[in-house]
Design a binder for this molecule. Sequence first.
Ligand code: IFM
Length: 811
Amino acid sequence: MTITDRITNQYGYYTEDYREFVITNPRTPRPWFNYMWNGHYTGLVSHTGGGFSFLDSPRDNRINRMRYNSLPWDRPGRYAIVKDVSTGNYWSLSWAPTIDLNYDKYECHHGQGYTTIITEIYGIRGEITYFVPTDANAEIWRITLTDLSGSDRNLEIYTFTELLMGNALNDLINQPNDKHFTDIHFDVNLQALVATRRYWVLNKGVSVKQPNIDWKYQIYFTQTLPITGFDSSLDTFIGRWRSEANPEAIATGVMQNTEITAGDPIAALQSKLELPAHGTSNFAVILAISPKGDPSPLQKEGQNLANLEHIDRQFAQLKQKWDRHLSAVQVSTPDRNFDLMLNVWNQYQAAVTFDMARNAGYYHGGLLFGTGLRDQFQDILGVVMVDPDRVRRRLLNALRFQFQNGSTLHNFFKLTNTGERTNHSDTPLWIPFGIVEYLNETADFSILDEVVAYHDDSESNAGGTVYEHTIRALDYAIANLGEHGMPKIMTGDWNDTLDYVGPQGKGETTWGAFFLGYVLKKTFPLLELHGDRETLSRFQTVYEQIGQSVNDICWDGEWYLRAFRDNGEPIGISAHTQGKIFLNAQSWSVISGLAPKERGDRALASCQKYLAKPYGMQIVFPSYTEVEDNVGLISRCVPGKKENGAIFNHASSWFVLASLLNGDVDFGFEIYQRMMPLNSSKDMDRYEVEPYVYAEYVTSPDHPTQGQASHSWLTGTAVWMLRIGIDFIIGFQPTLTGMAIDPHIPSGWQEFRAQRKFRGKTLHLHVKNPLGKNSGVSSMQVNGVEVKGNFLDLSLYPETELNIAIAQLEK
Ligand code: IFM
């Protein structure tokens, strides 16, 4: 690939294999983050080395600090500073915090699970790679320094990170008291700073009443170069009226070797390094955590984290892990942006959302949300193709937060197993959604017999099977239908900001009705296979009734209204001056199969008329400009942002799906394209956030900052765009009994190829489209043999590699 072929923007480009996004100008509009994590140890790392880490819970078990509400928003971080002793010059290997210096070169390579920053300045090339090993609760900063000047160099290396250790919310609001419990010493045998805290807030909130327990972990901070000094007092290391950009210890070259029992903690180390002319030095910094009382991870035989060869093997393992992960799906189509998203970045983002939910991000500070049940059951969609065992465990874990009556907590925190019971009307329904998706992928029906306790079970009630959990979620929703025969909206539905539409328990949701219909329908094949005819026929009746109710009372003429308030007044109708048309009520009328064709057509055409914008679909139009107390937060939010009229990508993806299902494939694909980050970020200085992952929203023309995006990374958009791309555009649609092949492609695509792993086999698909159609497969060849229809019954094929050829699309 020549430079001009590169997929590029003003701040960087994708490597040829799309596996890295390389930032070449560090002055990005915002910090651009990446994740490094292994399911327990997680670090956010920005393109300047900023960010924080935690073990399991970003609220309860934070390792190092993040400074909220200050600029730049990625400080502090994990810094390695090199000092040239002969000149006194010092500089950071990650650009920040010494950003005022004139670097000759800067590059940040964000890859899957690692970030490498390359700099050149003062005749030294530095390369620092941050990553979390797959099998150790630690982070590694792997460093290579090379002399470019041709002279011998006398260097000092300073590495440091500000510690928190424990409850990050408490650290934020009670910091002056919280600093009386720190214990840090330098362990001479280990050659490491060892840090802990004699106190841990591990209760639901932070309160005046204090717990009486130790933080149960110890942190180890070391580096593979001989250590010549250390500090654990932040004040001492930084010095008075200085900052991380010019610590006194670095300016003077003198570490005070502080071992603190009170005060703000830092882990800072100093080493000396003689680098010969043109010479190279390799070393690493290790920040590890393990339970108090366990042997130090720095001493483990054969797995010594402080051993450079072991570290390099771990990095190779990480790369192999991602090679395997991404091999689940690979596509080759005429649209390079589409390919790079599906093959790498969309799969990667979906893996991040699977582990982070809406919890630990730059825009989700990790203090409030925990793991949302609704999000969790959607986020499995990205990973289930790759790691069904992990998804199985995740589903069984999340079911513990369902009550006996079928309702659920809205969210939960990993370490405390507590959460909020908010009564969002849709949350329980994502359980059947997730279970059926898991079964479609795996056909692992044994999960249905697993027994999981309900959240309100007593000792004597041993819980219910997964099958029962699934049915109870639906029965809870059915038991909570309102006067119009539609679900009561209660605290809100998928749209969290419709939170005051139905607080008295009367208001009803049209989107919720379509969603309930969709989920009911999704369970029909499962109920059939399970032989549960009684439930099947009951659910089929409810499905019909919902369809009848919604079509009787929710059709406004050109689209479906969005909800009824407690007092029976509708919202989302043409007679209103604000919030006239809501996207979700239209898309889901089609997705659920409950809109008659003519109404579905008109509803989607209205969306096209009022809601289609250059970057995707606006969630509601016109945005609310006046506060409406009996609608909720949506009308308090400024117009054009978030749920109040932004291009809300998650909802926008559902419009794409509805369009594909409705036969409007070219327009649906066009919206898909508009939403892809490289397209929506064309005006990068306006868009601001990472151009390699989806953001939750892009500001619509209803706000002066239109085109500005926010809440990147942690959004349900990731899994929906991924699965709409794989299942509906490419057309691999898994079912309980096999795989339907049903592409929906733009008429301009003359052919494409794709590959997907499925139940132990690899499916290779080659679709030709000589007639310039969008969809319609009436026959295909499987390993050279003609098959009628588009369904692949895997039991007919002993082979593990299946070549599926489609000669033409017909619709
Ligand atoms: O549905 C929610 C999601 O759970 C969190 N982000 C906002 C969405 C819409 O309100």
